[in-house]
Design a binder for this molecule. Sequence first.
Ligand SMILES: Nc1ncnc2c1ncn2[C@@H]1O[C@H](COP(=O)(O)OP(=O)(O)O)[C@@H](O)[C@H]1O
Ligand SMILES: [Mg+2]
Length: 425
Amino acid sequence: MSFLKDDGKKLGEEPAADIATGARLIPRITIQAFCEHSQTAQLVEAAIHDRRMSKVALTTHNGGLEGAIETYKSNPTPNLIMVETTLPPAEIPEALSKLAEVCDATTRLIVLGHVNDVMLYRELIRFGVSEYLVLPTTAQAIVGAITELFAAEGAAPIGRTVGFVSAKGGSGGSTVAHNVAWAISQSLRQDVLILDMDLAFGTAGLNFNQDPPHGIADALLAGTKMDGVMMDRLMSKAANHVNLLTAPVTLDRTYDFDERDFEQIIELGQKTLPVVILDIPHAWTSWVRQTLATVDEIVIVAEPDLANLRNAKNLSDTIKSLRPAESAPMLVINQIGMPRRPEISPTEFATSIECALLGQIPFDAAIFGTAANNGQMIAEVAANNRINDIYRMIGMHVTGRNAPEAAGRATSLKLPSFLKKRMRA
Ligand SMILES: Nc1ncnc2c1ncn2[C@@H]1O[C@H](COP(=O)(O)OP(=O)(O)O)[C@@H](O)[C@H]1O
Ligand SMILES: [Mg+2]
């Protein structure tokens, strides 16, 4: 086993300085900058060379505020938008509210302006803009502002946690979790972390064709020593934007965890990546219950039969009472239309367990069998299959976004934070 020894030997290999400053590294966020002047674009590009920005995916675009508004009418928004504007101060708020209409709820905004005016600064901050920087400025100042937003002591975790749990072993919780993670990573182009919490039998490594460095077991064993640097070493990269903490899948020890043993890893994941997908095994232990009580969103995956119905009902009732103030669990019915199998209709299933029906996935032995045997996602073996649209739709929903292809995001119930604040003001 490659468990880290408690003597911290592997940890000691990291230069102490990196560990000490690790907390100030900006997490794996995506940033898009819309500039009006080429000097501003150069300035922003210079910022990417700062060590604190080493994990950030940053792109620069032309067109300033107008360009941003046009772009996000048809594209998903990143974690942070930076816009340069040469508009007169009086016109800036109006233009920003147009931008807000096409932005997702979690996106933050830094405005780069040419007017040094404290009244404008205050108004923009009140409006919900995270920072207003007056040009000309330095790459240092830009990195400083981003660090303050995403890596400061006490900064809100950037990651959203989504747990997938099967109503019955084999219903497809892991398959749905992995494919939804893939869909999120590809359509939002944001980094996703998949935690395979099924240490004895997990399939994340197999499904992504990764020879696992037992990520999650080492992470658990490290306990409170776990930090961003170590997380980086333990994660395997399955594809662009897809990161895994795989299960060891060896049976030479048992895996009996305490209620809060996973807490540290989940929190660290949330601090360093925008989306954390938890592949929760079908079991009822104190830590499974604790995980279900604390994640942001829960998806129950069930096949349309009686045993799944009974278990899904128990899960749904219990989860709702565990977290009355949090979002209710949602339901995905998987493997619909298995030949010759009598099935309960998905809508009846959802009604009787009082869960929102988030998706219905057909049974397809050939496609799923090929994907499983190749260690590939459904999108890789059958790119045009409509099952991918279902995964994408589930992904958009659990990350709090509307599908970009859906008509107009202005109808969103979730307003971007920079508009919400204004409404409250
Ligand atoms: N819609 C589907 N059609 C056909 N086979 C599926 C489907 N979804 C999942 N499977 C297969 O079912 C098996 C169990 O899936 P898995 O995700 O490991 O279940 P769980 O995590 O609930 O135990 C896997 O072999 C997987 O390829
Ligand atoms: Mg599973």
